[in-house]
Design a protein around this ligand. Structure first.
Ligand code: SF4
Length: 457
């Protein structure tokens, strides 16, 4: 089945799944309330957004310069940088490190770039045990699912769903105590940190001036994943750069406020390389995999490259009426919601993913909440335009618009049929789309042209 057909089918199912709607409404509702509360910490939130947008736009414009600066500062402290053009290259390099380290087990903290390259599947195929240490990721890993949301991977599951999952997969007694569920996962994960040869993370930001990565999390699991194993690999999209560590005073609170409503996330860590001689803990080796995977394709399009400003806060998902109806899994892509619909066609192919850019009401709610002011709904329109220019539009759609254009340009053709006949045609043409769940569209009994002529008499 094509991705478009699958998308339409899944959207239809999810949009009418009352249980799913209730869970999402409840969980997103909690976030939206917290975000509103969090925003009160700003005396001028708009100014913060403008500053962030300015910094990111300039950084992306000079991405090559900042990437080189990052590499030279990071390697100066003993870190190793791997440049990966695509998922295949990244996986090959990571596989070689695993071989060198004779790794049998890996602890991983939440990272969308590892989802993007399907790292877990690759490692498991090579006999390496991978454990997700972020609670939400751990839950979706147990459920054998993809993350549902870029910030809260298990957002679609209720407490009862998680309890049922733990009963089934971990053989615990049924419980509705959230604390107990957390403790169960925590107990199981503790030993994994000390046993793993390699720890894998993403990074929220790359810091060019100090050659470091910045990690943001609420559970402390990323710290444990980078402190115990002897090798740390961070897989990071090249767009995650900030020029300076000093920029974090703007970006850290902006990220947490927009994502979860927190003033600042609980654990914020900066890592600048492997353990230094005078340091007590940390890995013996640290690698940063700089992942392109389609990002330079976006960079090459000046009118669209602002999509690379994204700091993955998830705010645009939480306000999107389409996301709230069809849910994260329906997108069948690593990144869902408005930002997913914007970047997926560039990261994973326009032909297979262009439909995502059409799955939007263009209401602009996403644009209005984006902390780095990405004009998301405009970018969706530009993707649509690109797909038409590349000849990817559906043939029947092309024919329909050509006929419509011809008719709209000819008064004679427009007046050819009376309203009754037009309504029969509209009913027939739109029966499987617009009219499926709505009153059929009807033209007025008299056209404006007729009314105007009558008035002139
Ligand atoms: S596009 Fe903006 S709102 Fe959406 S995840 Fe990225 S930074 Fe957040």
């Amino acid at each position: 089945m094509s991705k478009l057909k699958q998308f339409l089918q899944d959207s239809e199912t999810k949009a009418f799944d009352v249980g799913h709607r209730q869970t999402i409404k409840f969980n997103i509702g909690k976030y939206n309330t917290a975000v509103q509360r969090g925003l009160t910490q700003y005396s001028d939130h708009e100014l913060a957004r403008e500053r962030a947008s300015y910094i990111k736009t300039n950084t992306i414009k000079d991405l090559d310069k900042y990437l080189m600066e990052f590499e030279s500062n990071f390697t100066a402290r003993g870190g190793k940088v791997i440049w990966a053009r695509d998922a295949e290259e990244a996986l090959k390099e990571i596989g070689q490190i695993m071989k060198r380290k004779r790794a049998r087990s890996v602890v991983k903290s939440k990272s969308m770039s590892t989802e993007e390259i399907h790292l877990n599947t690759y490692l498991e195929k090579h006999g390496i045990d991978v454990v997700e240490t972020d609670l939400g990721e751990y839950i979706v890993q147990l459920a054998e699912q993809r993350p549902y949301h870029i910030v809260t991977p298990a957002m679609h599951m209720s407490k009862k769903d998680i309890s049922d999952l733990f009963v089934k997969k971990l053989n615990i007694a049924p419980t509705d105590d959230a604390q107990e569920l957390v403790l169960t996962a925590r107990k199981l994960l503790r030993d994994k940190y000390t046993a793993a040869e390699v720890g894998i993370t993403g990074a929220n930001f790359l810091l060019a001036d100090i050659g470091g990565i910045a990690l943001t999390e609420n559970e402390g699991n990323a710290r444990l994943s980078t402190a115990f194993p002897k090798t740390h690999i961070a897989i990071v999209g090249i767009e995650k750069l900030l020029p300076s560590v000093m920029d974090l005073d703007l970006f850290w609170p902006l990220l947490s406020t927009s994502g979860t409503g927190q003033t600042v996330t609980v654990y914020n860590t900066i890592l600048t390389g492997p353990r230094q001689p005078e340091e007590k803990d940390g890995p013996e080796e640290m690698y940063v995999v700089l992942l392109d995977n389609g990002r330079t394709e976006l960079l090459s399009k000046p009118e669209k490259r602002e999509a690379l400003n994204c700091i993955r806060c998830g705010a645009c998902l939480n306000v999107c009426p389409v996301y709230k109806n069809i849910g994260g899994h329906t997108y069948e892509s690593t990144y869902s919601g408005p930002i997913g619909s914007v970047i997926t066609p560039h990261l994973s192919g326009m032909a297979e993913n262009k439909h995502l850019s059409f799955a939007s009401t263009l209401c602009g709610a996403c644009t209005s909440v984006c902390p780095v002011k990405i004009n998301l709904h405009n970018l969706l329109l530009l993707n649509r335009k690109q797909s038409v220019e590349e000849g990817l539009a559906d043939k029947s759609e092309h024919t329909t618009f050509n006929l419509w254009l011809k008719a709209m340009k000819s008064r004679k053709l427009l007046n050819l049929a009376p309203a009754g006949i037009k309504n029969i045609v509209l009913k027939q043409v739109l029966k499987n789309s617009w009219s499926k769940r709505r009153e059929p569209l009807k033209v007025a009994p008299k056209s404006f042209n007729q009314l105007w002529k009558e008035r002139q008499k």
